[in-house]
Design a protein around this ligand. Structure first.
Ligand code: ZN
Length: 134
């Protein structure tokens, strides 16, 4: 293959791959935290179990007390970037009135929970101090 046609192939591949903009950090996965209280706990469990059964989602425990940065009881749904559209679309239509806090995982916990947050229903204040260093 001539160097000219190699260059053409390289250009073509570059265009096909369309790398992410350099300003966008790599997203390894997402968490959707479904929030609940004593009254809505079973509703939240049902939403999380349906999401787990319908999609490639890992369901965490039903935390009946606030854990980590979360201000209220919650259950975590973890999924890969490839499942984002399906899971988020489904949650938008099926969250049953519950607050859902979704964040990407880029390796920067503070930014992921504060700057990259995606809220459904309400915005609750997170306990972000645990991510602030220095
Ligand atoms: Zn999380």
């Amino acid at each position: 293959m001539s160097s000219a046609s190699l260059a053409a192939v390289a250009t073509m591949n570059h265009e096909v791959l369309k790398p992410m903009p350099e300003t966008m950090p790599a997203i390894r996965g997402y968490h959707a935290h479904v929030y609940f209280d004593a009254e809505t706990m079973e509703k939240a469990r049902a939403v999380c179990e349906r999401a787990r059964d319908l999609f490639p989602v890992t369901m965490g425990r039903m935390h009946e007390k606030p854990v980590g940065p979360h201000p209220v009881p919650s259950c975590q749904l973890a999924f890969a970037p490839a499942a984002f559209a399906d899971v988020m679309g489904w949650l938008a239509l099926n969250r049953d009135g519950l607050v859902v806090f979704t964040h990407p995982e880029t390796g920067d916990d503070l930014a992921d929970h504060r700057d990259h947050a995606i809220w459904m229903g309400d915005i609750l204040p997170l306990k972000l101090a645990m991510f602030e260093t220095g």
